[in-house]
Design a protein around this ligand. Structure first.
Ligand SMILES: Cc1cc2nc3c(=O)[nH]c(=O)nc-3n(C[C@H](O)[C@H](O)[C@H](O)COP(=O)(O)O)c2cc1C
Length: 146
């Protein structure tokens, strides 16, 4: 059984809706999908794939994620080659998914599915469909990764 973590932060619920749609789309035989808004850095190692949902606040990613990935790096946790995806709601500039994508790729060597998925404020039906598609792609990539 492969394990996917859908990890998200959301203050006003928009990225949470996206996260739930990603998780829904990722449901597949042979894939366990966990949805959470907080994990310890050590927990990341147990997953084969991580989809991170991050809204942009003050031109930045949520501080929880900054701390999480800084701690993972400080501990030297090996996330290399794990499948990843990044998504998030934004209002006008939307830096968070881009910053996270750079970190997951460059610092941890994860296999990030691009482009990242962003939705302006509350995701509409089209955006939720794109989230489900992204989840499906993560599961498919996971199944095709030895
Ligand atoms: C205090 C505050 C600061 C924000 N700063 C930004 C920003 O720098 N860039 C941006 O694109 N959106 C910004 N936003 C808009 C949020 O990203 C947007 O409302 C998003 O839908 C929030 O997602 P969430 O409901 O998952 O928390 C800001 C919103 C608030 C309330």
């Amino acid at each position: 059984m492969k394990k996917l973590l859908v990890l998200y932060y959301s203050r006003s619920g928009n990225t949470e809706k996206m996260a739930k749609a990603v998780a829904e789309g990722a449901q597949a035989d042979g894939v366990q999908v966990d949805v959470n808004y907080h994990v310890d850095s050590q927990d990341l190692v147990a997953y084969d794939a991580i989809a991170v949902g991050a809204p942009t606040y003050h031109h930045d990613m949520p501080v929880d994620f900054k701390n999480l990935f800084e701690e993972a790096a400080a501990k030297g946790l090996n996330l290399k080659g794990k499948v990843a995806a990044v998504f998030g709601s934004y209002g006008w500039s939307g830096e968070a998914p881009k910053l996270l994508t750079e970190i997951l790729k460059n610092q941890f060597g994860m296999q990030v599915i691009e482009p990242t998925l962003i939705a302006k404020y509350a995701p509409d039906a089209n955006a939720l469909t794109s989230c489900k598609d992204l989840g499906k792609k993560v599961s498919e990539t996971l199944m095709n990764t030895p």
